[in-house]
Design a binder for this molecule. Structure first.
Ligand code: PMP
Length: 328
């Protein structure tokens, strides 16, 4: 092999992409599926456990897919116009950062509403990309941010809310891209997928696209034990950012899921830390939750010889100020 070899040279690195992108928006997707050889050995797994690394997206999370898709779809439908429409979304999380890069790249003004107390790193990332951040009282929680976004929508001419919890482009982009990538990269030999449920778009889209193509494929959601509403419990505060919104969103189709596995914050953090330590992949807290749940699926006797994919939505560094790093 030579260093110009299409397969990535003698190092076995990723191959060149063979193209130049017109805009960073086109770089979304095409994330790698990676084995966890040390964790697999440590757990004596008899199956193939793979992580889909969504932090390979340009702004570092799975939300780049829906940030781009919701905007591009609304443009296609003629509902929004660059330079004129103002995007407004209540979000304290990765969706704001993803919408911010798409808004900047395509020429929209963006207003994000979020409760005071959302991490400073997030607020600064938003401002770096010229998004306007409106803080709402912490004591009102996300409900306060949602109410304020509604007011801005009323007050602002040509304002539009992507509304990730109710936008069909959310599960649709996962069906068209996330699922397709898993299918192609495993050559269709996929037996179970495990994904944390925030909006439910990831799990729903993957199940919708792959279940008709692969008989017996199981798709499991993951929710915080501290707010296990899909298992009939009461909503509650928890530390697994990105999943467990405390209600059942329109973007989630529970009928397509084979179960929703509860994972506690403590278990999620332990799994995320093991993944970093053993296999050199520092993932975020919800990735740890998905990994913990995927290990339970992997250890079932019926998983022997099967391929199981867990979705890793984000990278550890986005949680520097959280309990993921306490004591380190
Ligand atoms: N983990 C993280 C870190 C996220 O930002 C999200 C998206 N809210 C999820 C998991 C869950 O993805 P989905 O909204 O597609 O259910």
């Amino acid at each position: 092999m030579t260093s110009s070899d299409k397969s990535g040279g003698s190092y076995g690195f990723a191959a060149p992409r063979g193209k130049v992108y017109d805009s960073v928006v086109g770089v979304v997707g095409g994330t790698p599926l990676v084995a966890l050889p040390h964790l697999t050995r440590d757990e004596e797994l008899k199956c193939r456990l793979l992580l889909k690394l969504e932090f390979f997206n340009p702004l570092g999370s799975v939300k780049d897919r829906i940030g781009a898709a919701m905007v591009l779809e609304a443009e296609r439908e003629g509902r929004i116009t660059p330079g004129r429409t103002v995007l407004v979304e209540p979000t304290s999380g990765n969706t704001g950062i993803s919408l911010a890069f798409v808004a900047a790249a395509r020429g929209y003004r963006l207003i994000v509403t979020m409760p005071e107390g959302a991490s400073i790193e997030r607020r600064r990332m938003l401002r770096l990309m010229d998004a306007q951040v409106e803080l709402t009282p912490a004591r009102l929680g996300m409900a306060g941010a949602i109410a304020r976004a509604g007011e801005i929508l009323q007050e602002t001419p040509d304002a539009w809310m992507p509304d990730q919890f109710d936008n069909p482009a959310n599960p649709a982009v996962h069906a068209a891209t996330t699922a397709e990538e898993i299918w192609v990269d495993t050559d269709g030999k996929i037996d179970a997928v495990v994904a944390g449920v925030g909006t439910g778009g990831t799990a729903t889209g993957i199940a919708e696209a792959l279940k008709p193509r692969r008989k017996g494929l199981q798709v499991f959601g993951v929710e915080p034990t501290e707010s296990a509403i899909l298992n009939g419990d009461e909503p509650g505060p928890h530390g697994i950012q990105g999943i467990g919104p405390g209600f059942c969103p329109a973007t989630l189709n529970t009928k397509l899921l084979d179960g929703v596995i509860p994972v506690s914050e403590r278990e999620a953090i332990a799994a995320a830390r093991r993944c970093a330590r053993l296999d050199g992949i520092p993932v975020g807290i919800s990735s740890g939750a998905a990994l913990h749940a995927a290990l339970q699926v992997a250890k079932r006797p019926e998983s022997k010889g099967k391929t199981i994919v867990a979705i890793a939505p984000s990278f550890a560094e986005r949680y520097l100020s959280t309990s993921l790093f306490s004591g380190l």
